[in-house]
Write a protein of this length. Structure first.
Length: 471
């Protein structure tokens, strides 16, 4: 019974800027779709299409249960079914990119005048189809990280550039788009309020989808796969799923990283629609949402420049734990901060977001290098080439977190008596309640992430140096 993992670096172009740029383009392509969906899908269906908040939560939970099968199946297919002649991953990325154009547009179709049951079904089916397409891109793309290079610091640079690639769509969606898709109007009580112009999101979805296809194609042309693993005990089908699942759940570092990811993605990344509502209903100026996002992204911009040097000196775990501790303390302070519905209060709110996002910023920049390290640990321990399957399980938990996060938002809105519909009038004090809800979710995520990375994740600086020496 032989197990072998070989790292081949035969006459091959050295790791460099083409790989970094190409890998950055991959997450840029994914995020042109993902950021739009995670930020505006819930608002689109609640405020424009008119889906009930509780019903929407059910849609998300059903679709994420579907994703439980979707991610694992596609991860197994990526590992066991090579559909291209040269690359294990690139053909899957292109196939997913083509179908993503169709289903991203379908998701934001203006079905406002459909019967309620038809609107419900349209949302559920569209989201499930979109999830399949996104997974066909994201699983092989994420798996690429561990085969572009086996050098830990080069993996950190890839993770940093992946975050840079994700930033452009985030800027467009969260900073520029609110000025396009919101407008002021007067409600039945004669009050000037902000409303979502849902009909504008369909052409935006089409444009973003086409851009996503182009940049994902660029990834397949620029990135080089250098690390080749041969597995002489390869399993297929159900046996492969069982094997990779066992590898995943016996990897302590992966468990710690997964818990931190669920908290970060579920309670921070997937709740950004609440930030839009804070500006819409508390500050009564949705166009200023972008200002808050600039503040939120400020820590990420700073750490993008510093992360390589910091992790090289202190190790990824120590840097992360320190940043997450700062975020957790900032969250507690933010609950008692004097945030008022005026310009001064808006400044205080943005400063609070900056503190809350310190830990999440560092985690988002370095998480892909961390997952690549976790996959490396598994490969060295088991001798199996399971990159696609392991990343698929991790991706499943990310998507599960997205679903749970959106469901929590919907249930939270039910609890604070949000009224659905384009011309709905909210109760007095609703804006303050939605602000408090958002801060509590961000604070909870920071605390959970800190505990997971401090006490469960076990790849420290010493282990990173050992892996680099053995690479």
């Amino acid at each position: 019974m032989g197990r072998s993992i070989t790292s081949t670096k035969n006459v091959m172009r050295p790791f460099g800027w083409r790989d970094k740029a190409g890998y950055a383009m991959g997450d840029m392509g994914c995020n042109f779709s993902f950021q739009l969906v995670s930020t505006f899908m819930q608002l689109f269906y609640l405020q424009y299409i008119g889906i009930d908040s509780g019903h929407y939560a059910t849609i998300i939970l059903i679709s994420k249960a579907f994703d439980a099968v979707n991610d694992i199946v596609i991860g197994n297919l990526v590992d066991t079914k090579k559909i291209g002649k040269k690359s294990k991953y690139m053909p899957w990325i292109i196939l997913g990119a083509v179908t993503l154009v169709i289903f991203n547009v379908m998701l934001f179709a203006p079905v406002k005048n459909f019967p309620y049951a038809a609107k419900y079904a349209w949302c559920l089916i569209s989201y499930c189809l979109w999830s399949i397409s996104y997974t066909m891109i994201n699983v092989p793309y994420g798996s690429l990280h561990s085969v572009i290079t086996d050098d830990p610091q080069q993996r950190v640079s890839l993770s940093t550039f992946r975050s840079i690639g994700a930033a452009l769509p985030a800027i467009l969606v969260m900073i520029i788009l609110p000025n396009i898709v919101y407008s002021k109007t007067t409600n039945a009580n004669g009050e000037e309020v902000e409303i979502l112009k849902g009909e504008t999101l369909w052409p935006v979805a089409l444009a973003f989808s086409l851009i996503a296809f182009i940049v994902l194609w660029g990834t397949t042309k620029l990135v080089t796969e250098r690390v080749k693993r041969t597995n002489t005990e390869a399993k297929t089908g159900f046996r492969a799923m069982i094997s990779s699942t066992k590898s995943y759940f016996t990897n302590r570092a992966m468990i710690g990283a997964t818990i931190a990811t669920v908290a970060s993605v579920g309670l921070i990344n997937s709740t950004m629609s609440l930030n839009n509502m804070v500006f819409q209903y508390f500050f009564n100026d949705a166009g200023k949402t972008g200002v808050a996002m600039v503040g939120s992204y400020a820590p990420m911009i700073v750490f993008m420049a510093l992360i390589g040097k910091l992790t090289a000196k202190f190790g990824k775990k120590n840097v992360l734990v320190t940043a997450m501790f700062v975020g957790a303390i900032s969250g507690i302070v933010s609950l008692f901060a004097p945030i008022t519905p005026d310009t001064k209060g808006m400044i205080v709110y943005i400063v609070c977001l900056m503190g809350l996002n310190v830990g999440n910023a560092v985690f988002q920049i370095s998480v892909w290098a961390i997952i690549a390290d976790c996959i490396e640990v598994s490969a060295r321990k088991t001798g199996k080439s399971e990159e696609g399957s392991l990343y698929a399980i991790y991706s499943f938990f990310r998507k599960l977190a997205q679903g749970v996060g959106q469901a929590v938002v919907s249930w939270g809105l039910v609890a604070i008596h949000f009224k659905e519909g384009e011309n709905a009038i909210q109760d007095a004090g609703f804006g303050d309640k939605v602000k408090t809800l958002y801060i509590i979710l961000l604070m909870t995520a920071s605390i959970i992430s800190f505990l997971a990375m401090k006490f469960i994740y076990n790849i420290g600086k010493k282990e990173e140096e050992e892996y680099a020496q053995k690479a």
